[in-house]
Design a protein around this ligand. Structure first.
Ligand code: GLC
Length: 736
């Protein structure tokens, strides 16, 4: 390969719709392009592959990228919703279906999973994330990777995945997208990096750098991140693609004088392919000629890129034959999307068993709100290829399934979620007056979350709060059940509505089959099992609020937390608080991480440890009795949390270290067992080494992160987790 051809492999260009320009075809013929993104017409992609394979000197096929974030034509719930399933199998299935539909269009590379830890619902991209917890995000991100890539990337229907955005993108200041992050190294290593390590261990084909300025060094020029962590410590064999123009943006950040320096910084740091901007094409050749950049550096990059093309089987078969793959939107795919939406919808409240609705008793439902009949908005963000014709909204699903026996009386009341024109309220209240059950479907349009779509106020937008209050006033007077269904791309501050509703189902943006899924949940043909992967703040001022907080030196206690309205006039300065909480919001979220209700109820008891002391090489089993106390079969997601009481660094008051899904019959009791080893207890300590430190650990098991059923054990000696790259098994070494 000539230097120019090598550099060509490191360049990715965006294709806009319409005929491909001759200049682009010429670039392919000269071997100056290694990849395109955003073209999804299979005939065009085959034609481009043909030019690359038959009309260029080396005949190297092209990587064809696309953001297949939560589905292609069949749209699954947004990733934050899918994370509520705590079901790796379900997530793997969804990614596999998305890969098959995308591959059928000629796509062979997706920019997903997005595994940024997200603890700020103001940030629009929390919608694309798998939530606030490193362990859960790691398990589910690995499952999504496996779903996209299958057992063998060369198999039809499998596409390469990308772990993004490396790293700490979710820590953007004030939840404002692209804003700087300030993440100290121990926080980076113990919170933001673990999901990426899990994706690397799952064999993810590529990484994508984030737009973020991380402690003053943007990710696309950050050699600590890309070289020390990713290549030296993890020995990651894949390649790194920049984010959209993030290499030329090094000039905008003010870390590179000009495009030439930006290209040098990025190439030296370890960016192997430049997405859309063209600083590599413009400057790498000269940088090699002047010796500022070693050709060996780009050889490594090119080898990683060519290796992926080889693994994808592109050298043998660069062309796509759609007939080899299932039709998009087939019944199996739609059923999988429906099941995913069922397992992603969280029951947050169910006073007096308002739900499930009784098919015999309910005769007239007032279905109110701007999102009840909108098959587009329920798809959510990042749905470029979503087939709206497949999408079934809630009104249609209710009418189809129950319309013969129940009057589904629909009033939009507001044109959109942002609408402030209340002229539709009168009709809505009239419908509520006529009905025996009121179902309000409120939330956010899809455009209010996703990239660059951040909100400083995360209440229900528009006049929706007023609409809900009007319905709640009527429901109280008429003594009618009021059910709130929320469709949104983030946790919203819905405490006022939560307080007044009889039942709350949080459906997020549930995707193509949102309507049928919610219909089944409303009438008990499906039972909610979802649990939150992210904490819900009471008010936006609490952010960041998440379960695995540090204890601080003055943690809140029931005795010290006082509400602003309860403070006596002229109270003494030191008589109030002196611990860590907000006078007007306390210290707890509205809903904690791991929370979710069922139509049944589960009880945990008899927690038992297999040992109360463990050596570095031991395992410890934690067993409990789980009892389905209800009168129906239901699934419970049981969670295991630990706390390292004393460390070389302060440790979170709780950390998720395991979860189990159990479907149980009415009345059934089952002993469930978790297992922990020293690696599970390890963290990067003050010396930046991964180690489980000797001392006392607390452990809890329950149905959410506030469970009190716990015990404790002692780790008798510290132990380092060495060779922590994912190629070799961790062989721990004890330390005295
Ligand atoms: C965007 C996003 C990234 C996406 C890329 C290509 O700006 O940050 O997640 O994969 O560009 O669309």
């Amino acid at each position: 390969m000539t230097v120019q051809e090598k550099i060509g492999q490191m360049c990715q260009l965006n294709l806009v719709s319409g005929p491909v320009e001759e200049a682009v075809l010429e670039k392919i013929r000269r071997g100056e392009v290694g990849s395109f993104l955003n073209e999804t017409d299979v005939d065009k992609l085959n034609a481009l592959q043909k030019v690359a394979v038959e009309e260029s000197r080396l005949g190297i096929p092209l990587l064809m990228g696309r953001d297949v974030i939560h589905g292609f034509q069949t749209v699954f719930p947004i990733p934050l919703a899918q994370a509520c399933s705590w079901n790796p199998e379900r997530i793997r299935e969804g990614a596999s279906i998305a890969a098959s539909e995308a591959a059928r269009s000629g796509i062979n590379w997706t920019f997903a999973p997005m595994i940024d830890i997200s603890r700020d619902p103001r940030w629009g991209r929390i919608a694309e994330s798998l939530g606030e917890d490193p362990y859960l995000c790691g398990v589910l991100g690995a499952a999504m990777t496996e779903g996209f890539q299958g057992q063998d990337l060369g198999q039809a229907g499998c596409i390469a995945a990308t772990a993004k955005h490396f790293a700490a993108y979710g820590a953007a200041e004030s939840g404002r997208d692209y804003a700087a992050t300030t993440v100290p190294e121990n926080e980076l290593r113990n919170v933001y990096l673990p999901p990426f390590k899990a994706a690397a261990e799952a064999g993810v084909a590529s990484f994508m750098t984030s737009f973020s300025d991380i402690d003053g060094i943007p990710a696309s020029g950050n050699d600590f991140l890309l070289r020390q962590i990713l290549r030296e410590e993890w020995q990651y064999p894949g390649f790194v693609v920049s984010d959209w123009c993030s290499v030329e943006q090094l000039c905008v950040h003010g870390i590179a004088e000009d495009r030439r320096q930006a290209a040098l910084q990025a190439a030296r740091a370890g960016v192997d392919m430049e997405m859309v901007s063209t600083t590599f094409e413009e400057h790498l050749h000269n940088l090699i000629e002047t010796g500022e950049l070693n050709e060996s550096e780009i050889d490594r990059a090119v080898l990683a890129i060519l290796t992926l093309k080889l693994r994808l089987g592109l050298f043998e078969q660069p062309y796509t034959d759609p007939s080899l793959l299932p039709e998009p939107g087939n019944s199996d795919y739609l059923n999988a999307a429906k099941q995913a939406a069922i397992e992603s919808t969280v029951l947050l409240k169910n006073t007096a068993d308002t739900l499930p609705l009784n098919k015999e008793r309910v005769k007239h439902i007032a279905l109110i709100g701007p999102l009840a009949d909108d098959a587009y908005e329920q798809l959510g963000t990042w749905v470029f290829d979503g087939e709206i014709g497949f999408s079934v909204d809630l009104l249609s699903a209710l009418q189809k399934t129950h319309g013969d026996d129940i009057n589904i009386d629909h009033v939009k009341a507001l044109e959109t979620s942002r609408c402030r024109n209340t002229s539709g309220f009168e009709n809505a209240l009239a419908a509520a007056q006529r009905a025996d059950t009121i179902v309000a479907v409120l939330g956010e349009e899809a455009i209010l979350s996703g990239e660059a779509h951040c909100r400083a106020d995360i209440d229900l937008p528009g006049a929706q709060p007023q609409l809900f209050d009007a319905l709640a006033n009527l429901a109280e007077i008429e003594n009618k059940p009021l059910i709130l269904i929320v469709m949104a791309g983030r946790p919203l501050t819905i405490e006022p509505q939560y307080r007044r509703a009889d039942a709350v189902l949080y459906a997020w943006h549930p995707g193509t089959m949102g309507g049928p899924a919610i219909t089944e949940l409303l009438f008990g043909d499906a039972v909610p099992s979802a649990k939150l992967p992210v904490s819900f703040p009471k008010v936006v001022g609490q952010i960041p609020v998440y379960y695995s907080q540090k204890n601080s030196g003055k943690p809140p206690t029931p005795e010290t937390v006082i509400h602003i309205d309860a403070i006596e006039v002229r109270a003494q300065q030191t008589s109030v608080g002196n611990t860590s909480f907000h006078l007007d919001a306390g210290h707890e979220p509205l809903f904690p991480f791991g929370f979710g209700l069922s139509y049944s109820s589960f009880e945990y008891s008899d927690l038992h440890l297999s040992r109360t002391e463990m050596h570095a090489e031991d395992c410890i089993d934690i067993s409990v009795t789980l009892h389905n106390r209800g009168d129906l079969t239901a699934t419970e997601i049981s969670q295991l949390y630990i706390r390292d009481k004393v460390g070389s660094l302060t440790r979170p008051v709780r950390e998720l270290k395991g979860f189990l899904r159990n479907e149980m019959k009415a009345g059934e009791r089952r002993t469930i067992v978790f297992s922990l080893n020293a690696k599970d207890l390890a963290f990067y300590g003050r010396d930046r080494l991964l180690r489980a430190e000797a001392g006392e650990f607390e452990v809890w098991v329950g149905g959410d992160s506030t469970t009190k059923l716990g015990s404790k054990f002692l780790l008798l000696e510290s132990v380092r987790v060495v060779n922590n790259n994912f190629n070799n098994k961790n062989n721990n070494t004890s330390e005295s």
